[in-house]
Write a protein that binds this ligand. Structure first.
Ligand code: GDP
Length: 315
């Protein structure tokens, strides 16, 4: 399965962001700390590099993320040119309060009334952009919602005399290259799901939890994880919670919903779906699979051409 999501307004969002990039000094890119690269729109980096703008990568929702993974991501991003990472949660006023000074330190030539620091807040839906803006401005200016893609209208707001915020509507990439990224985003609620996809997403989440946090699963639901796979995790949740469908078999749909809800709310614990290392491994596997697919396609095309040539020769 491959999750794709690219509504029309995303296209205009891209155009707007491209135009705005010329008139800003710093990109504040909000990412989900639990899945920083999967929740990162590669277009943002391409656009900002084209205009040579630095980026502050806000690793938001650290209250839900694994602190070790977050520390690894910070080190990873800080080592990249023009990139500074800031792990934070909008739930902590102090984390929010520290952001403007940090932003200014990345564009020190700005920040006076005649030359205010112009910040563009970017990021895919549901990473916490509106919440961050509201907290920065200490009043309700943007609608906050738990459904994807609530932020739709562009706004320009003075944070203080020295800082202007430009908010950009949520951006997603036109094509999610790695299927696991779609699944991570769906698990974390950046992409809307239906019941059918929800089960597949829960199986995927079950696999990740088994690999990285089996002890949290046992602590939360009380089952042993040995010998299970992602489907088995969801079935065990159903068994432990007594979720049965009419025929007596496990109500997998309900258990999938509960597992996802527990992950999203942090009830299972502080969980990160990827680390720089796990990301590198996934990328390597994905590249190898892609190369193999291309090799097979080329082989097939060659065989077809050979067959056609033979047909022409009449052999
Ligand atoms: P946007 O679409 O990027 O503007 O995201 P929103 O600001 O609407 O936030 C999406 C959801 O994430 C809302 O339910 C917020 O309450 C929640 N949220 C935002 N920041 C945090 C955070 O630091 N921690 C947690 N746990 N939830 C957050």
């Amino acid at each position: 399965m491959s999750i794709q999501w690219f509504p029309g307004h995303m296209n205009s969002a891209r155009k707007q962001a491209e135009e705005q990039m010329e008139f800003i000094d710093l990109v504040v890119e909000v990412l989900d700390a639990r899945l920083p690269e999967a929740s990162c729109n590669p277009l943002v980096d391409r656009m900002r590099q084209f205009r040579q703008r630095p980026v502050l990568k806000v690793l938001n929702k650290i209250d839900l993320a694994d602190p070790n993974a977050t520390a690894a991501w910070k080190a990873y991003y800080d080592a990249l040119p023009g990139v500074t990472a800031y792990p934070m949660t909008t739930k902590k006023p102090l984390d929010v309060a520290r952001l403007p000074a940090l932003a200014l330190s990345l564009a020190p030539h700005r920040g006076v009334p005649t030359k205010p620091l112009r910040i563009m807040i970017m990021g895919i839906p549901n990473v916490g952009k509106s919440t961050l803006m509201n907290a920065l401005l200490k009043k309700r200016v943007a609608k906050v919602g738990d459904e994807p893609a609530v932020t739709k209208v562009q706004q320009k707001l003075y944070l203080d005399k020295h800082t202007v915020l430009v908010d950009t509507p949520g951006l997603m990439w036109p094509k999610i290259d790695m299927p696991s990224d779609g699944l991570m985003l769906a698990a974390s609620h950046a992409i809307g799901t239906n019941a059918l996809i929800e089960e597949e997403v829960a199986f995927f989440l079950g696999d990740v939890l088994l690999e990285r946090y089996p002890q949290l699963l046992t602590a939360r639901y009380g089952f042993k994880t040995e010998g299970l796979d992602g489907i088995g995790v969801v079935e065990q949740v159903a068994a432990r919670r007594g979720f049965r469908a009419r025929g007596g078999e496990f109500d997998v749909e309900k258990a999938a919903h509960v597992l996802l809800h527990d992950y999203r709310s942090g009830a299972i614990g502080r969980i990160s779906l990827e680390t720089p290392d796990s990301r590198a491994r996934r990328l390597a596997v994905h590249a190898a699979e892609k190369a193999e697919k291309e090799r097979l396609a080329a082989e097939k095309a060659a065989a077809k051409a050979e067959e056609a040539a033979r047909g022409k020769r009449g052999t």
